[in-house]
Design a protein around this ligand. Structure first.
Ligand code: SAM
Length: 177
């Protein structure tokens, strides 16, 4: 099952940090790609590439400037399912087992400010990570963690240059074997 994350509504002047965090969360929590809708932002792309270069994930695909409606339609046409994370959706507890066993590639859509109505309509599932407003980073992390039952937290990319030796105190980092 391939999982991509589509980030809507990125405003380069103010969202660089949070959009980078969405992408890094996608990578670290087991998604295979990150898609930035509508705009190109080299700062975001460079930050992700830098992390992939050191900690692995050269296979993690990053696309920018993508038309979101066209991308969603194409994803669905090729047999994938689209999950839009929104506080107004169906509670995650009600759908996560279904999504885990769908056997389809999943496109997880997160917004910034107001998400256009068309996204709610195009999504196969509008899913709430609780019904309180919080953040796209938190919503994505909880969604992927529930989807993978926490197993993604043991992920180490095979092409990582540096590896962490877990330590109760301080930082221990070694070149990966
Ligand atoms: N009121 C906005 C809305 O329409 O959901 C909140 C915008 S929030 C700053 C940015 C993004 O975080 C949302 O588009 C959604 O993807 C995600 N998000 C925030 N709270 C969420 C929740 N409780 N469940 C799922 N996604 C959430």
């Amino acid at each position: 099952m391939k999982i991509y994350v589509l980030r809507l509504g990125h405003r380069p002047a103010r969202d660089k940090r949070i959009t980078t965090h969405v992408a890094l969360t996608a990578r670290a929590f087991g998604a295979s790609g990150f898609v930035l809708a509508s705009v190109n932002d080299e700062v975001v792309v460079k930050s992700i590439k830098k992390v992939c270069d050191v900690w692995g994930g050269s296979s993690f695909e990053v696309l920018t400037g993508v038309d979101p409606v066209r991308y969603i339609n194409e994803w669905r046409r090729s047999g994938g399912a689209v999950i839009h994370l929104t506080m107004y959706g169906i509670h995650i507890d009600e759908v996560i087992n279904t999504l885990r066993t769908l056997g389809k590639d999943l496109l997880v859509v997160v917004g910034a400010e107001k998400v256009p109505k068309v996204i709610f309509e195009l999504a196969d599932y509008n899913v709430a990570i609780g019904h309180q407003p919080h953040s796209e980073v938190a919503a994505l992390a909880v969604f992927l963690d529930r989807l993978f039952n926490g197993k993604e937290l043991h992920l180490i990319y095979p092409d990582a240059k540096l590896c962490i030796v877990p330590s109760g105190r301080g930082k221990k980092v070694v070149r990966c074997e």
